[in-house]
Design a protein around this ligand. Sequence first.
Ligand code: 5GP
Ligand code: MN
Length: 341
Amino acid sequence: MKNTDLSILGALLKTSKKIVITSHFNPDGDAMGSSLALFHFLKKTEHQAYVVLPNEFPDYLAWLPGRKEIVLGTQSGEKAKKLIAEAEILFSLDYNAVQRTENLSESIDQSKAFKVLIDHHREPKDFVDCVFWNIEVSSTCELIYRFIHALGGENLIDKDIATCLYLGIMTDTGSFKFACTSAETHRIAAALIEKGIEAAEIQSKVFDTQTYDRLQLLGKALSNMKMIPHMQTAYTYLTLQELKAHNFKKGDTEGFVNYTLALDGIVFGVIFIENQQEPPIKISFRSKGDFDVNTFARKYFSGGGHINAAGGKSIMNMEETIAYFLKVLPEYVNQTVSNES
Ligand code: 5GP
Ligand code: MN
């Protein structure tokens, strides 16, 4: 996928437009942060901007400036459809295929708006008129910062915009810890801090607002963890029963998968989570270094994402899914090793 010259979009943005910003199902910090940052920026530049998301965001993000103005597909489906149908410009943030927006995908497909993709996921589908894409950057929030710069709007970044951007960069880099964190990521974070944000408070709002139930559930995930040292792999799982026993709420399991990689010698970590929807198992894959979980997720679990963080799903039950995982794992590991040597 090639990036587009921003001149056509820049010219369109010279006069007030109806603009809809969308992001993926189950929005995370980067999806919410990038959508709201762009929303505030576009409003400051005299556009009629709306954020339309497929479904609810987790509680730990329910303090972000602008959250109350978000239109949710699950709650206000008709309004969401109408806004998308009437949009002159439509932004797709933090997703690489329209299907990732689930209940919004049909409206987005049919929309006649000038479509703009801003994303950092691999292999985006070709569904837009303008592309601002880079898999080397930490987050879509980092891209939004660069995008605002490219439009010459750096001076318009205020505390609210900076807060939203910092939040998304922070969550997608695991607090500036993952390999996707570059010198430029730190430079951007520094520029955002200079806009007057409360960085320590943002960290605290996300990480120090956990419920007792969530920490107990983490304990369950840790005690379910299995190690396969000769494959440098660790995995864990949570069943529906275990989730219910700890009053599971959306977002509660986010980050659990990272604990698999905290084990010495492990480069591939997985969590399988049962849910009440179809397909019944949602899977998160994480890795260190060259171990490519994007290809693994695509090949075996109808998913995708990045080299070191990807997601997927399974239509089998938990037991069958884990058995299938254990069957394909050696096949993939051996193949990867033989390709490298
Ligand atoms: P998570 O494990 O946190 O749900 O997702 C990790 C990364 O993979 C995220 O960047 C997410 O956007 C991407 N991802 C998660 N599930 C899927 C999926 O089913 N398909 C694709 N293409 N990407 C996914
Ligand atoms: Mn992201």
